[in-house]
Design a binder for this molecule. Structure first.
Ligand SMILES: *[C@@H]1O[C@H](CO)[C@@H](O)[C@H](O)[C@H]1NC(C)=O
Ligand SMILES: *[C@@H]1O[C@H](CO)[C@@H](O)[C@H](O)[C@H]1NC(C)=O
Ligand SMILES: *[C@@H]1O[C@H](CO)[C@@H](O)[C@H](O)[C@H]1NC(C)=O
Ligand SMILES: *[C@@H]1O[C@H](CO)[C@@H](O)[C@H](O)[C@H]1NC(C)=O
Ligand SMILES: *[C@@H]1O[C@H](CO)[C@@H](O)[C@H](O)[C@H]1NC(C)=O
Ligand SMILES: *[C@@H]1O[C@H](CO)[C@@H](O)[C@H](O)[C@H]1NC(C)=O
Length: 409
């Protein structure tokens, strides 16, 4: 009886993907030979891996009908943990995305210290601050696949009490779904034992030309519009928020709100020097998403908070999100040492080696105000500090793909 019971239990667990008759053989079997889990929409398909619950491929036809893989990543799941540079390709940074000043924060009068891993100095050889949840943050760990169908995959991670210095256990679920030409993201996380900060994001490196543009390998000709991004979080020269919320004055390098603009349009403006930290020319900034004037709004239809497009491929993304901030990073730290995947890039073109060059990609991160836990004056606590039994952390986003100028279907 016992054995029979467990077999029935297993059959029940298998149900989500065993019942849908339309599922491909691949989806019913699990990952492909490279350890990737594929899901399918209408004219788009994407692959995900347990490591960091990361997206590793996103395929879509460009305006000439050529299939393009528009996200950076590696050819196989096992390489993600081997690669030393760890650029957070396509994963979920956690338990707290972006930087934590001085690797510490205070909750209810108690100071918590988390693992430093960013900006090493002689006094702090491991780092002056914590980036993306520490040296073994969520996107260094294999999530568990808890559901998988032809159109959707759900990952789960249990982050133990004290891991990387964070208080209490956190249980999380990350669901990715392809519906038509939309990629939907839902992240839920619960503090189960102690009050703790939680802030997640999706850290995807985009190149809407599939790294195959034969005129330029940079994203300087990608057009960006952030209609609600009138302000940004002020940072010091190691990108730690100072507490100031700065205006993105019309016409300034950080003005992407007043009208759409190519990312490289002001590449030679002196104002862009150090805009992404010490000796860094470009963007690595947290723009606020100011929608207060809309009154009550539906984040799925009101927006997008950001629109990115490339004239060369014609591919466009409209990003919708329920989050109040949006980070843009223009890949100034890429230096040509990261190889492209087999599914992207040009072959045998000496001018276009098969690597990601500086400014060869752009990272778009839906998130909350960075380091809000060290800036109580911003009043982000309800969005960033979670209590057992209280509301869960929730992040929702929709990336809607289309060809520029064509009507959406
Ligand atoms: C896995 O991918 C990496 C980088 O994309 C590549 O260097 C390596 O050869 C691949 N390994 C296998 C077994 O395919
Ligand atoms: C994570 O999964 C990959 C394969 O997807 C595997 O190669 C690696 O050993 C796993 N890492 C850990 C820490 O379990
Ligand atoms: C940073 O944290 C250390 C303890 O880890 C503390 O001694 C120091 O005062 C803090 N510095 C600042 C500027 O808060
Ligand atoms: C560049 O790529 C486009 C689109 O794939 C193609 O039509 C064109 O012939 C290519 N040009 C050169 C010089 O290879
Ligand atoms: C591409 O961007 C560069 C500057 O970054 C600009 O000079 C050039 O005109 C742009 N090309 C197109 C076709 O928009
Ligand atoms: C500034 O960055 C450039 C690369 O962009 C590098 O060659 C140079 O050494 C850096 N200078 C300093 C002072 O770090």
């Amino acid at each position: 009886m016992y054995i029979r019971g467990s077999l029935l239990g297993l059959a029940f667990l298998a149900l989500p993907w065993a019942t849908a008759g339309e599922n491909t053989a691949r989806a019913s079997k699990g990952p492909d030979k490279n350890g990737k889990y594929w899901i399918y929409g209408d004219g788009i398909e994407a692959a995900f891996i347990p490591y960091g619950a990361s997206i590793s491929n996103l395929l879509i036809n460009d305006q000439y009908g050529i299939r393009r893989d528009i996200v950076a990543g590696f050819d196989n799941a096992s390489y993600y943990g081997i690669d030393k540079a760890h650029p957070h390709f396509g994963g979920v940074p956690g338990r707290y995305a972006n930087r934590i000043r001085n690797s510490s924060f205070v909750i209810d009068g108690e100071t918590h210290h988390v693992t430093p891993n960013d900006n090493p100095t002689s006094e702090s050889p491991d780092g002056a601050d914590t980036l993306h949840g520490g040296s073994d943050g969520w996107d260094y760990r294999n999530f568990t696949v808890v559901a998988y169908t032809k159109h959707s995959i759900t990952f789960s991670l249990v982050d133990p009490d004290g891991k990387e210095g964070f208080p209490g256990e956190v249980v999380s679920y990350v669901t990715y779904t392809l519906t038509g030409r939309d990629w939907d993201i839902k992240m839920v996380a619960l503090a189960t034992t102690k009050k703790t900060p939680i802030m997640l994001s999706s850290h995807v490196y985009w190149n809407l030309d599939g790294f195959s543009n034969n005129e330029t390998s940079s994203i300087y000709n990608h057009t960006l519009h952030m209609p609600y991004g009138g302000q940004r979080v002020g940072v010091d020269n190691i990108l730690i928020p100072t507490g100031e919320i700065l205006p993105n004055k019309k016409g300034s390098v950080n003005d992407f709100w007043s009208k759409p603009k190519q990312i490289g349009a002001q590449a030679d403006d002196p104002e862009l020097v150090n805009n992404c930290g010490f000796n860094c020319t470009g963007y690595d900034n947290c723009y606020t998403v100011n929608r207060g004037h809309l009154g009550s709004y539906d984040w799925r239809t009101e927006g997008p908070v950001a629109q990115l497009s490339s004239d060369w491929s014609g591919i466009q993304i409209d990003v919708f999100s329920d989050q109040d901030a949006f980070q843009v990073y223009s890949c100034a730290q890429q230096d040509g040492s990261m190889a492209l995947k087999k599914t992207q890039g040009l072959f045998d073109e000496p001018d276009f080696p098969r690597v990601i060059p500086r400014y060869g990609c752009v990272v778009l991160e839906v998130q909350d105000y960075i380091d809000g836990i060290n800036h109580p004056e911003w009043m982000r606590d309800r969005k960033q500090i979670f209590t057992p039994g209280g509301d869960p952390y929730v992040l929702q986003a929709k990336y809607s793909f289309s060809l520029k100028g064509s009507s959406k279907s």
